[in-house]
Design a protein around this ligand. Sequence first.
Ligand SMILES: Cc1ncc(COP(=O)(O)O)c(C=O)c1O
Length: 367
Amino acid sequence: MAETTYSEPVIFEEFPKLRGRIPWTPIGDFPTPADECRALAKALGAGSVFIKRDDLSNTQYGGNKVRKLEFLIAHAQKLHFKKLLTLGGIGSNHLLATTIHGKNHGLDTIGCVAPQPVDAHVKKNMLLYAHFGTELHLCPTAASVPATMLEIIATSTVKGEPPYYVPGGGSSAIGVIGYINAAFELKRQIRDGVLPEPDYIYVANGSSGTSSGLTAGCRAAGLKTKVMGVRVADWYMANKFTQAQLATFAAARLRAADSDFPFQVFMPQDMTLRSEFFGGEYGRHTNEGNEAVSLLQEHAGLKLEGVYTGKAAAAMVADARAGKLAGKNALYWHTFSSVDFSDIVNNQDYHDLPDAFHKYFEQPEDM
Ligand SMILES: Cc1ncc(COP(=O)(O)O)c(C=O)c1O
C-alpha cells in the first residue's frame, strides 16, 4: 500500500518549534519508498536488502539534492536573494538540480564548474544546463573555482544583485538538515513496518552532506544504524572532518531553533567513510562500481551510474561477499535522479553552451 505523502518535514512534527524558525519550502515527494529487494539479498547472501528510492524524490528532477534544496532555497528566499551561486564538476548533478528547482522558485543559478572525466552522463548534464538556463563559468581546475566565485560575488554585489552561495553538493549546515530529516523519515517508516531497522546504510559520499546528515539524523532519532559513507570525491570534499563538522553544525542549527532537538558534537571518529571504492579520481568509473551497476540492474531493475551510486553499491556488494551482511539488514540509499531527459537531450544543440564547453562534445569520451 502506498504511503501517505507528508505535508511537512517529519522533524517539524517531532520538534514543532522548528516550524517557522527553520525556513523550508516543499519541493520533494516524501516519504520516498523503501523497497525490499529479495532477489538482491539472495544473490548477495544478506539478511535483507532494502532500497531507499530518493531517485524518486521529485518527478521533474529527483535524487539527493532535493532534500537539501528544500532548506537552501527557502533560506535564500527568506534573505531575499534573487540568484544562487554554486559549483561542481562539468557534469554536476547538484548544479542541475539547483538550476531546475531554483528556477521553479524564481531564482536563477550561476555555476562555476571544473573539468572531470567526460562520459555520456556528463555530456547529458551539460546539455541540460543549456536547456534549463544555467549561467556557466568554466574554470581550468578545481583549485581555481574559488577565485572565479569571489570575482562573481564581487561584481554581482556591485550591481546590487549578490548571489546566495550554495556550497558544492548543497552541503552546508542548512542543506544537511534535509538529510537529518531523512533519517527521521526513515525512523517513521521503520515504526510503520515498511522496513526493519537497518544495520547499515550504504550511500555515496561526495561533498559529505548526505552521509553526515544521515549520521546526525540517525543518532538524534535514536536509530542504531551505521551509515557507511562511500567516498566518491577527493579528500578536500570527502573526509571525516568535513562529515563531523557538517553533522555538528546542522544539528546545532536545529538545537538553536528548538531546545528539545537532541544535540551532540560529532568527532571524525564518529563518522564512517569508506575509501576502497573511490578509484583514485572523482568521476572515474571502476570495475567494482561497474559490476555493482550491472548487479542492481539485474536483480533490482534499478539504473545506477558509475560516478556515485555504482561505488556506493560496490561497498555493499563487497561487504556482502566478505560475509559481513549475513543475517543483517542493509539499506542502499539511491541518490541518483531517475528522471529520463532523453527527449530534451536529443534535441539540445551543444552550440548553445558557451564556446569553452564545445570541446567536450568534439573529443572522444574518457570512458
Ligand atoms: C547522484 C549523487 N549521489 C550522491 C552524491 C553525493 O552526495 P553528497 O555530495 O551529499 O555527499 C551526489 C552529489 O553530487 C550525487 O549527485
